[in-house]
Design a protein around this ligand. Structure first.
Ligand SMILES: C[S@@+](CC[C@H](N)C(=O)[O-])C[C@H]1O[C@@H](n2cnc3c(N)ncnc32)[C@H](O)[C@@H]1O
Length: 190
């Protein structure tokens, strides 16, 4: 898996993205350690960017759906999608709120990945996430935290652990901090 991932990562333009993210290994290890929770589930990866977590997830899931709103990242995601070449992987160039726009139906998600994306979501997005998506899912992997410059994008509180724990009401949660203590990773399981 590692070799396969490294080979792919070298090819796709997401290489630049990886270089810039010194914590990427830690996050990837977190996803890999917990990916068994997504076994045979339809997994939603909100703000998946270049689709970094698609490969480990695809080893176990029924379907991986990555959504990314920014065109420039979606271009990278398209490259990943092509290289991965797995019919279980679906990608969408849309905002999270498109999931609840009238007439847009979405499948029920058993698993959800929320990696460094909660800060970007509006209150309406978060309410929808909690009531319509997390309430039906049974496993969720969250990466959040850090007050470092540029990380706290929104007015919301998702750089604080207690905000995430509150969002995951009804889940059994397990928390792990990154080596530099700036990021926390939460496993939510029902
Ligand atoms: C900090 S990046 C994290 C990327 C990836 N999840 C990771 O952990 O490496 C946040 C991503 O979420 C996307 N994003 C932010 N708000 C979004 C929304 N409302 N709907 C879909 N994607 C969104 C951004 O374009 C960006 O690619």
């Amino acid at each position: 898996m590692n070799t396969e991932w490294n080979k792919l990562a070298k090819k796709w333009s997401g290489k630049i993205y990886q270089k810039r993210n010194d914590r990427v290994k830690e996050r990837m290890a977190f996803i890999k350690r917990n990916v068994h929770l997504f076994k045979d589930k339809t997994v939603l990866d909100v703000g998946c960017n270049a689709g970094l977590f698609a490969l480990p997830t695809l080893t176990v899931c029924k379907k991986y759906i990555g959504i990314e709103k920014e065109d420039k990242y979606f271009k990278q995601l398209k490259i990943t999608h092509k290289q991965v070449n797995d019919s279980k992987m679906e990608i969408r160039n849309c905002r999270f709120d498109d999931l609840y726009a009238p007439k847009k139906d979405h499948p029920e998600f058993g698993g959800v990945i929320l990696s460094r994306v909660l800060y970007y979501l509006s209150d309406a997005d978060v309410a929808y996430l909690k009531n319509e998506i997390l309430s039906k899912a049974s496993a969720v992997l969250v990466v959040c935290g850090s007050k470092a410059k540029g990380w706290r994008r929104n007015k919301n509180d998702f750089w604080k652990l207690n905000a995430v724990i509150k969002l995951l009401e009804g889940y059994k949660t397990k928390v792990r901090w990154s080596g530099d203590k700036k990021l926390f990773m939460v496993v939510g399981e029902k």
